[in-house]
Design a protein around this ligand. Sequence first.
Ligand SMILES: [Zn+2]
Length: 91
Amino acid sequence: MTNACAFPYVDPGAVLRLDGDQWSLGLDSTRGTHIDVVVYRVRADVTAPEDEWLWVLGHRPECGYPAVDQHPPCIEIRLRSAALHGKAGLR
Ligand SMILES: [Zn+2]
């Protein structure tokens, strides 16, 4: 099993501003464009800390989370782990 504590975690609520070359797949997203994602959590169940690419569950800033009633993450995106480095809230 993957040790979740070894993950480059970003605090929930941190906003990732991703250029088109920093992510590759996302539900309901257009590839190659800039995208902002409010982090819910890293999917430690399907990605390992040493992976170059990580799956992240999150929200679009437009959805208003968490100001609106909580709802399941509305975006799942595969992004370069390097995109998480140097972010505020990294621990
Ligand atoms: Zn949402």
